[in-house]
Write a protein that binds this ligand. Structure first.
Ligand SMILES: Cc1cc2nc3c(=O)[nH]c(=O)nc-3n(C[C@H](O)[C@H](O)[C@H](O)COP(=O)(O)OP(=O)(O)OC[C@H]3O[C@@H](n4cnc5c(N)ncnc54)[C@H](O)[C@@H]3O)c2cc1C
Length: 429
């Protein structure tokens, strides 16, 4: 069943997140139509937070004060072929951006499973796709323009501001409202996607899981905590990655397209035929023109060291019987290490333990502490935009550069105009 994607609409009252599980608060929700208007709005606000396309499951965007959406601002996309960069308005969705750069023979270095997410919102939370060599989406940002708490326009760049840039890009909306971002692009390289099904339980060891995750530029492994990988989605660069045989590591090539969630139609999914196509039509799992997934869901995700993924899955597996009734599907992905101070992949090549839950918030929140306890030996870092219950002090301890981040925040927003309850709790006030 498809549902209309209302994420780009404006409402005077902010309403609910895409999943319907987060209430953003009473508002008002402002929708300025220019950067100057946004600057005046922020300068006149005692407290304000930005909304992206509302795809986060945590309360990272919610606030009891004013909110602002950038969806009424011009959807600027300016491509510079010579420097292989694009300057893009923060409210633009990756799917639209990817199509625009593709027309110039260029590509985004990475995309999440969903092309419907805004560049500003994804950058703010460390959104990632999958791939041993693929860093978080925010790592492609080479310059960011912010409206800071006092309404000033501040542009920071990787070249000009090396001391603070890695702290300023992924900042959970706390340093300013991002208006425009300049992203690195890559040459457009065709990709192909194939899916293999039902790897036996004996393939859950470290060596086999590592081989699966390394089989293409971008790999996702779906499972249901019953001790085996049900689907491996392998996205390969044509001409670089070696094509997989029909039977691979005892998994069999899917005879036709599949959806990661049992019972959902595969029409929402990107091409799995193995035919080469543009990277932006293979890297995300879902097609831009459809509302993805079931909508009726909650997500949680924890980053561990890539080399620990088999052990981390094994540690959680005894909870399988309790997880399964609450679960749509789980996914394992990899993320290359980066330098961004608040990135869950900060200086650690990571693998992610992801859960797409049924919309049972109470039951999910009751189970998460047990999952987190079993993951604790692997020093998990939770995805900022998904649901977790870890003690904020434990989360903070995972970020060695948090002290520098807080100093930067003191400098750019001493009055905490951009705060909300979530960042107070997680980062400290
Ligand atoms: C079906 C589905 C699939 C998903 N797949 C993935 C995935 O593959 N990988 C992954 O990592 N995550 C994934 N997510 C999570 C999602 O990518 C993140 O939560 C992301 O942050 C959502 O971006 P958004 O534009 O909706 O931002 P929102 O959820 O609206 O906001 C997120 C944060 O960004 C801030 N923000 C938004 N715009 C700005 C701005 N202009 N300036 C400053 N701060 C701003 C907000 O204040 C808030 O703190 C998925 C979510 C869904 C619903």
């Amino acid at each position: 069943m498809t549902t209309p994607d209302t994420s780009h609409h404006d409402f005077a009252r902010p309403g609910l997140s895409w999943s319907g599980t987060v209430d953003y608060g009473p508002g008002p929700l402002h929708a300025p139509t220019s950067i100057a208007e946004l600057q005046a709005l922020v300068a006149g606000s005692t407290r304000i937070r930005a909304l992206g396309t509302r795809h986060s499951f945590s309360e990272v965007a919610a606030s009891d004060a004013d909110l602002v959406t950038l969806t009424a601002m011009p959807a600027q996309i300016e491509i510079d072929i010579a420097s292989r960069t694009v300057q893009v308005a923060a409210g633009v969705r990756y799917g639209e951006l990817a199509v625009a750069v593709h027309e110039h023979g260029l590509a985004l270095s990475n995309m999440g499973s969903l092309p419907h997410i805004s560049v500003g919102g994804a950058t703010a939370t460390g959104t990632h796709g999958s791939g041993d060599a693929k860093r978080s989406l925010a790592s492609s940002v080479r310059a960011i323009e912010l409206v800071t708490a006092d309404g000033d326009l501040l542009t920071l760049s990787r070249e000009k501001d090396p001391d603070i840039f890695d702290g300023a890009v992924l900042a959970l909306g706390t340093l300013g409202i991002a208006t425009r971002l300049t992203l690195d692009l890559a040459p457009a390289t065709p990709m192909r996607q194939s899916v293999h099904l039902d790897f036996p339980a004996e393939r859950m060891g470290a060596e086999d899981l590592s081989a699966m995750l390394a089989a293409g530029a971008s790999v996702s492994l779906f499972h249901h905590w019953d001790g085996h990988i049900a689907q491996a989605w392998v996205k390969q660069e044509v001409g670089t990655d070696e094509e997989l045989p029909e039977v691979w590591l005892d998994g069999t090539r899917a005879p036709g397209p599949v959806h990661p969630l049992p019972g959902m139609p595969a029409d929402f999914c990107t091409d799995q035929s193995g035919e080469p196509g543009p990277a932006h039509e293979r890297m995300p799992h879902f097609r831009l023109e459809f509302t993805p997934s079931s909508g009726e869901e909650i997500q949680s995700e924890y980053f561990v060291a890539r080399e620990d993924i088999a052990a981390a899955l094994a540690a959680v597996m005894p909870l399988g019987e309790r997880i399964r009734p609450l679960l749509h599907a789980s996914e394992v992905r990899t993320v290359a290490a980066d330098e961004l101070w608040l990135s869950p992949a900060h200086r650690r090549a990571s693998a992610c333990v992801h859960f797409t839950w049924k919309q049972l918030p109470r039951e999910v929140e009751a189970l998460l502490p047990e999952i987190e306890e079993r993951l604790a030996p692997f020093a998990p870092r939770p995805h900022w935009g998904k649901v977790f219950t870890m003690d904020p002090a434990v989360v903070r301890a995972q970020y060695p550069r948090l002290g520098e981040f807080r100093a930067l925040r003191d400098r750019l927003d001493p009055e905490r105009v951009l705060r909300n309850e979530y960042v107070d709790r997680l980062l400290g006030s």
